[in-house]
Ligand binder design. Structure first.
Ligand code: PGA
Ligand code: ZN
Length: 421
């Protein structure tokens, strides 16, 4: 007999923006006792089709639901039967979008159960999820300069300017390269703007008074400089988060900081131009979250040399990913477990992406806690990229965990497989 879920509790804790979120603890009873604790993150530029983060009544209502109805349903269930646990979460909630208990309650329970199961087996979560054959570490996407919904008014319109150390042979080298790019970006901003106060956005990326093109130049130069210093290639990437720029009524993308407006065709041309000029390795949400056709046109144009990733477009939802695959809308899929609410659902999204040759990209949210679960999900599920920031306690919690995992894998450790390297 394997271990069963023995107890479950929940509480309100803080996220990195100082907002309340939910943390769940699960114990398992078996030959060996198990324990798991997990907290849910929260987004600022959320996709319209994500599950509901918290129900009416907020975090408190979610905490009460976990302690009562969820616990009542899950106590006694085999802790390692994740599919059953997750389907019971759907059953207790009873809605299609977790609007009763909250997707954040669901994901915190789902992750805490997986951690308790791993702990009851005495193995790390990544091995519990991926088995003994798992050996690959993800390349870290490091947000080094940002604007949009994560920063103040004078910062760029584009949400994230990101470094990817695609040439790194070890995860720890990759992470250190990103920190060097982050530092170099600061120095380059200071050289341009004597009034820069060192302000950062929600994910620890610098939030300077620069427009998009100036920001691109700064980060491109920083990536080039650090590539030369570390001796491997560090490329540039963007998360445009275009839904936040899109004015539905005007059917246009409004770049307030630049004082420009671009219709869908102009937006595609703009992004194609950036991919060429700055050799972008990856571009996320270049178009708004309903524009599958626009995504497809862009992927046709640049998809052989750049990853086109859907975040708000797909919201880790297999139905939307299927639609995207059919349309040829992207060649990468962002995976944010709390967009969909359970590990089983998120894993299905990863599998679906892989089956169709799309790269699954594990991701944090802009509001985070020191919860390190996504580090294990990226390794256990074989995601070759992880987006989890560069600095700040809630970001380095994941990075440091990946450094530990790399050490634990020892000689077997390899970096993930990326196209066009
Ligand atoms: P979030 O978005 O603020 O909703 O977490 C981050 C992202 O767009 O990747
Ligand atoms: Zn995004």
């Amino acid at each position: 007999m394997g271990a069963i879920i023995e107890s479950m509790t929940a509480r309100e804790v803080l996220d990195s923006r100082g907002n309340p979120t939910i943390e769940v603890e699960v114990t398992a009873k078996g030959r060996v006792a198990g324990f798991g604790r997990a907290a849910a993150p929260s987004g600022a530029s959320r996709g319209k089709h994500e599950v509901v983060a918290f129900p009416e009544g907020g975090v408190g209502a979610s905490v009460r639901a976990v302690k009562k109805s969820v616990a009542a349903k899950l106590l006694g269930v085999a802790v390692d039967n994740q599919e059953k646990v997750d389907s019971l979460l759907h059953e207790v909630d009873g809605t299609s979008n977790f609007s009763k208990i909250g997707g954040n309650a669901a994901v915190a329970v789902s992750m805490a159960v997986a951690k308790a199961a791993a702990s009851a087996r005495g193995i790390p979560l990544f091995k519990y999820l991926g088995g003994e054959r798992v050996t690959r570490l993800p390349y870290p996407l490091g947000n080094v300069l940002g604007g949009g919904a994560h920063a103040g008014k004078m910062a760029p319109d584009i949400q994230e300017f990101i470094a990817i150390p695609v040439g790194a042979k070890k995860f720890v080298d990759a992470v250190l390269a990103n920190t060097q790019v982050h530092k170099r970006v600061k120095a380059l901003i200071e050289a341009r703007d004597k009034t820069f106060t060192g302000g950062k956005g929600d994910e620890g990326a610098w939030a300077p008074n620069l427009d998009n093109l100036a920001a691109l130049k700064v980060v491109y130069k920083a990536c080039g400089d650090i590539s030369d210093e570390v001796g491997f290639e560090v490329r540039l990437a963007l998360d445009v988060a275009a839904s936040s720029l899109c004015d539905d009524k005007k059917r246009a993308y409004i770049y307030e900081r630049e004082g420009k407006s671009r219709d869908a065709g102009e937006q595609i041309d703009f992004v194609v131009g950036l991919v060429e000029k700055y050799k972008l390795f990856y571009v996320e949400d270049p178009l708004e979250e309903e524009d599958f056709d626009g995504f497809a046109e862009l992927t046709r144009k640049i998809g052989k040399r750049c990853l086109v990733c859907g975040d708000d477009l797909f919201v880790t939802n297999t139905a939307r990913i299927k639609k995207g695959i059919k349309a040829g809308a992207a060649n990468a899929v962002l995976i944010k477990p709390n967009q969909i609410g359970t590990l089983t659902d998120a894993f299905q999204a990863v599998q679906l992406a892989k089956k169709h040759g799309c790269v699954p990209v594990m991701s944090h949210r802009s509001g985070e806690t020191p919860d390190e679960t996504i580090a294990h999900l990226a390794v256990g599920w074989g995601c070759p990229l992880i987006k989890t920031g560069v600095v700040g306690g809630e970001r380095i919690a994941k990075l440091n965990e990946l450094i530990r995992i790399e050490e634990e894998l020892g000689k077997k450790a390899k970096m993930g497989e990326l196209p066009w390297k």
